[in-house]
Ligand binder design. Structure first.
Ligand code: HEC
Length: 269
């Protein structure tokens, strides 16, 4: 019975977002995104920069299998640019005589995954599986803030002081496993992903540079999260607009009902 209760408690804990922060006082890094709040919208310049970061860095290990190349037109890339991006990628598909063969990508293809299957992905990553990022921002509690922090949460474990370890709620006998990296924000603090992003790793185009956009780590992390947020919900803006319309409609309807009620009951004292 006790075992059953314990299992149920663990299952419940894993369902709630709280589990992520449990046992540590580590707060996510402060940041705000334009897409937050009931009226939030995407900043498509940021989404485009984030796509560049994903393409040049994350795509080496992570798929984005729910997004098609043609969807990139929604973030402001031209049809020709999208065609060129797709054509740069080799997609494995049936050829005219029914054999599997590589062909250049087309806008209608979904993003190509870096590994042919999960086993190959694990084999290339010391047994760990780099998850598909299509829905990552939705899959993690407070996803945008979490991934933004995660990308900047790497520390050299050997250099942490006892006080720092205590503040993060690390057990006294906490030891790093082989091939794992210390990350402040990852549940359990040991992650199999090597630090993927570093200052200056991606060079933005002149337009971005003229706008004064730097390519330091916080900016790169923020942009790639912006892109992944768009990928996880490309129709967010329509959803919010519909919500606002629905609320307006209900407010007007409530006013009408009130007026009708007053009229109907006017003679009753
Ligand atoms: C060298 C391969 C590699 C690269 C490059 C890489 N990752 Fe990862 N990533 C991994 C692996 C492996 C895991 C699984 C880690 C684990 O479960 O311990 C992972 C996990 C993740 C997770 C899930 C964390 C969680 O809470 O489960 C996110 C989010 C993520 N990566 C984002 C990114 C982003 C964004 C980039 C690009 C800036 C990136 N990764 C680049 C290998 C990589």
């Amino acid at each position: 019975m006790r075992k059953l209760l314990a299992t149920a408690a663990v299952a419940l804990a894993s369902l709630s977002g709280q589990a992520f922060a449990e046992g540590s006082d580590v707060k996510l890094l402060p940041v705000s995104f334009s897409f937050e709040g009931p009226f939030g919208t995407y900043d498509y310049h940021a989404v485009q920069r984030g796509f560049q970061v994903y393409k040049e860095v994350c795509a080496a290990c992570h798929g984005l299998s729910l997004v098609a190349y043609r969807n990139l037109q929604q973030i402001g890339l031209s049809e020709a640019a999208v065609k060129a991006i797709a054509a740069d990628v080799q997609i494995r598909d049936l050829n005219d005589v029914g054999e599997m063969a590589d062909r250049p990508g087309r806008p209608a293809d979904r993003f190509r995954s870096p590994f042919p299957n999960e086993l190959a992905a694990r084999a290339a990553n010391n047994g760990a599986y780099p998850p598909d990022l299509s829905l990552m921002i939705k899959a993690r509690p407070n996803g945008a803030h979490y991934v933004y922090s995660l990308l900047q949460g790497y520390e050299d474990f050997a250099k942490l002081t006892a006080d720092q370890k205590k503040a993060m709620g690390l057990a006294a006998d906490f030891k790093m496993q082989p091939n794992m990296q210390f990350n402040k924000f990852f549940p359990g603090h040991q992650i199999a992903m090597p630090k993927p992003l570093n200052e200056g790793q991606v060079t933005y185009n002149e337009e971005a540079q003229k706008e004064g956009i730097k390519n330091d780590l916080p900016q790169l992390a923020k942009d790639v999260v912006h892109f992944l947020a768009w990928a996880s919900e490309p129709k967010m803006e329509e959803r919010k607009k519909t919500g606002v319309k629905a609320v307006l409609f209900l407010v007007i309807l409530a006013g009408l009902f009130y007026a009708v009620k007053r009229k109907v009951w006017a003679d009753v004292h």
